[in-house]
Design a protein around this ligand. Structure first.
Ligand SMILES: Nc1ncnc2c1ncn2[C@@H]1O[C@H](COP(=O)(O)OP(=O)(O)OP(=O)(O)O)[C@@H](O)[C@H]1O
Ligand SMILES: [Mg+2]
Length: 331
């Protein structure tokens, strides 16, 4: 899809990363919202920002969105150093969809968007509003007062508002919070569409499956940045690779069966179904180990019922990291 104004501007600005955060800290008096956070986001990337309640996600978004001044550290947003003097120009290149959409409930959907388009001093307002409403599938509700909309529909108006300015970087703070699965899927499709247009997306969410499906990379926050990487990299860093095996009856001598097989480092009992047996093998390389393991089990005269590599989700990674934090705090 052809976009106006912003496309040209973003193409010109696309040298270096979209966002650079370097040792950024924000304190509110005694309370530290986030501390010494360092990461980059590339242009065109969908970056997920995860963390428990109070981890500092929204405060980071508000800081990078120029709504709050950092206490210390540096950042660059859309190619511009994050300073008070650059505030207006940065805001021209980005859009922030906040946790709560902040709409005027007595105004209609279209009137809200007209109001914000005016506030942002946008040209060609009618066409922009129509495009934004079409993008979030709300054209037919344009003249409804916002107070008459459900929470999910208001959320979509908030998204339409963020789309008005054709931003280079879109900050979405929990865009699917409180949405039903279908509405959430619509938002996912919308994010995918924005990605295809080259918009950089910074997404906070508590839905880990959402982050896993949508994000090129994720950062896991808990006041400090705990880890950052592609979901599959994080899984590999945190979890040993394993093969799960189920047999109809227990093996007589598992050590003899699994010992010395290529790629197999060790084994322990797994959670077996009633009457059966299960084993978990730690492996260096599942593709190398699996055929050898299958042959060895069958060769030992056992009925092999299942053999599958471990699958850890981003949720496993998240829970592991955040649990470590909770444990560290109670020590
Ligand atoms: N204006 C403020 N004044 C004082 N403390 C604040 C302010 N805004 C945020 N905080 C504190 O900063 C910390 C981080 O809050 P933040 O809203 O960034 O968390 P979050 O990760 O977005 O959490 P959630 O998942 O609940 O939205 C919290 O302890 C919060 O109470
Ligand atoms: Mg928040």
């Amino acid at each position: 899809m052809k976009r106006d104004g912003a496309t040209t501007r973003s193409a010109a600005a696309r040298t270096g990363p979209a966002i650079v955060v370097d040792g950024l800290t924000k304190r509110f008096g005694e309370r530290t919202a986030f501390a010494d956070v360092t990461f980059d986001v590339a242009y065109g990337e969908v970056f997920g920002f995860l963390g428990p309640n109070g981890a500092g996600k929204t405060t980071t978004v508000r800081t990078l969105g120029t709504l709050l001044a950092p206490t210390s550290g540096n950042a660059t947003v859309a190619g511009l150093p994050l300073t008070e003097a650059n505030g207006v120009e940065i805001r021209r290149r980005i859009a922030v969809m906040p946790e709560s959409p902040g709409l005027y409930l007595r105004l209609s959907v279209a009137e809200n968007l007209e109001f914000f388009a005016g506030l942002y001093e946008l040209d060609d307002r009618r066409a922009r509003i129509e495009r934004a409403l079409r993008a979030v599938n709300l054209l037919d509700r344009a003249s409804d007062p916002c107070r008459a909309l459900s929470k999910g529909l208001r959320q979509r108006v908030g998204l339409a508002r963020a789309l008005l300015s054709d931003p280079e970087i879109l900050f979405l703070d929990e865009p699917t919070s409180g949405l039903d699965p279908l509405a959430a899927r619509d938002v996912h499709d919308l994010i995918d569409g924005m990605r295809r247009q080259g918009v950089t997306i910074f997404l906070t969410t508590h839905r880990l499956a959402e982050a896993e499906a949508l994000c090129d990379r994720v950062g896991i926050m808990n006041t400090t940045l705990r880890t950052i990487g592609r979901p599959d990299e994080l899984r590999e860093q945190l979890f040993a690779k394993t093969l799960q095996i189920a047999t109809r009856d227990p093996l007589t001598d598992p050590d003899a069966v699994f010992g010395g097989l290529p790629g197999v480092e060790g084994w322990h009992d797994g959670a077996a179904a009633a009457g059966g047996a299960a084993y978990v093998l730690t492996v260096t390389d599942a593709e190398l180990a699996a055929p050898a393991v299958a042959r060895a089990v069958v060769g030992a005269g056992a009925d092999l019922l299942a053999l599958s590599p471990s699958r850890h989700s981003l949720e496993d990674v998240y829970l592991q990291l955040i649990d470590e934090d909770v444990e560290a705090r109670t020590r």
